[in-house]
Design a protein. Sequence first.
Length: 243
Amino acid sequence: MMSSTRWKAGALFGLGAGVLAAILGLSGAVEAWQPGATPTWAEPEGCLRPPEDYTRHWVSVGYFNARTLAMLDHAQALYSARGGIIDLRVALTQGSYTGGALAASFGTHDGGGAVDLSVRHPVTWDILWDEIDPLIAALRTAGFAAWLRDTGDLYPDSPIHIHAIAIGDRELSEAARAQIDGTFGYLRGYDGLPRRDGIPVPDRHGGPVLCGWMIEDGWRDLRGERNPLPTPGGTSVVVTALP
């Protein structure tokens, strides 16, 4: 059974039991956090500060900086250690530094730190549903704000995939940065997608995963906090460009 301290950490940062179990490789019942108990943060297993290397490399479908690739490879190691079967470098469908070429991404891939991954079997094209939650858990532990974009989430019949933004990447576009801590952002408990009606949609995968290096660099759980400034690339996006 998961320790009380570890489950309190999950409660503090909004992780559902299933996602937390996926991160830690645990199964079975977990202790319920009791209202009124004092939350205790404990760093999730698998956290690792990424290197500050922004050398750009072409991999498969586009350019990625070395920091993003190191985070992706670390996510691969965490995910594979729990039995994951997707090869993340093979599953890449979109990279970074696209320079505005992809309108459907509303600027999130224009700078560094952005990754899209297929969740389909490369031969049968079946959706690998059982792989999605463990993979998102591994990506988040490795330092990405990551979500499933289901079919039709971005535009009619848009393809299912995982979208991930590297937290702390100094070359993020404004739109990508907004997906981390803007009005609709990951650290605020939302799905990262700006909306026409201005109403954020809750993160379907639970709350953010916070590692010690993120906290050292000034990132924190922003759920419930008022956003005092307009969101760069979020609410400032022209309304006709929003989902």
